[in-house]
Design a protein around this ligand. Sequence first.
Ligand code: ADP
Length: 465
Amino acid sequence: MIKLKTKLTMSYLLIGLLCLLMMAFLANILLERFFIQYVMDNQTLKNQELADQVSSYVDNHQAWDLSLVEQAGINALEEGLILKVTDASGLVIWDATTYNSGMCEAMMSNMASTMSQRVPDWEGGMLETVYPINKNGTFNGTVQVGYYGPYYYTDADAAFIETINLALLLASVFAVIMAVFIGAMMAGRISRPIANVVMKTHEISEGNYEARFDKNSNTKEIDELMHAISSLAQRLENQEGLRRRLTSDVAHELRTPLATLQSHMEAMIDGIWDADEKRLGSCHEEILRLSDLVSDLERLAEIEREPKTSDYEPFSINDVVKQQLAQFEPKFLEKQMSIKFEENGQASIRGNKRQIAQVVVNLLSNAFKFSKTASTVDVAITHEGATVRVSVTDHGIGISEEDLPHIFERFYRVDPSRNRSSGGAGIGLTISEAIVKAHGGMLTVSSTVGVGSTFTIILPKLDRI
Ligand code: ADP
């Protein structure tokens, strides 16, 4: 399998090479086109200059200075131009091919072979331009300039093209080296954080849930991936902690009643204690406590599994609260306690009526348990936006700031010994919170030690009746 860094480097290199090839190709075509145009313009200019020069050798009476014309023709021949001059009557007064036909032919064939060496598939030959000579409105004859065309590369031109090609080649080599270098650098910048993510993910999969990323990657998507993996690790860490604590908590919860049962039974078997009604009753109480604990755990497991929304039905939350209050009233009277109920409108919710009733029961039962004799418990139903809120406020012992964040955890009890005597295993609030969450709501608490606590069930309401 190819490494990501190698793959990215190769991709960057390939893209770089492709761009380079295209650029080199375009530069070559454009340069050649411009250069040919330049050479052709230059040739035209030279021809024109020669014609202008020769035209100055005729005076106002149409008399040509033949020695100057010949000198100009010989000079032009050295520069690859074949001069032919005729007078006004069409008579040839000087012709390079007549003057030195051998040299003209040799020059042309030399130019042809040079060009076919420099430009493959070259097709060219001898071209002529004729310039009429007019002076003061009088026609004095013609200057004909023969040259090799459509264009001809001199040694200097050929050297210039070679230099340009060499520069292009050098630039390409330099660009390839840079492409490899920058490609490897960029690939490293992308692959390094991914390799880091892979490494951390391995660490997490091996059980090191505390592994976290020390710094960001500068790439949005990779940062998001890191963030998602960190949250996953955090959740796994929490789950693992919960799993460990659950095992030890369950063992701890079972140990006390089982130890009590064991010692009672052994004492009765050994004949130290009589198996009388009181002792058997106490054993029976422990067994009931164990059985309650198991049922609570079963209930919690059932709620925490996928909530069974197929059981959900619309019902009036006011009716459920009022039903539970009615059932609790006699119990509250035992402690000379009273309930103050306030309902601000009616609301229906969709859910499992039995489970929601269970939450109300748990909150009322806690308010009862942790309140002083003759105190009041306030129960209120209010509305806020799309939610309905059921709050249960007691004026009891309250919960300290340190305990408050933990009271929804399994088996958490502020004062284990006192709660054991009052029968709670510390699961009531855990179950209540799980039920409310399964209904798309929230269970909140605020409390002050010695003043009291307010638990609020917040649920999405169906409508306002
Ligand atoms: P339990 O089943 O033992 O009552 P809960 O889960 O209902 O357990 O409550 C957890 C703990 O939170 C209780 O043991 C108690 O210490 C504390 N608690 C719950 N409700 C109240 C309250 N209204 N006032 C004071 N403490 C409370």
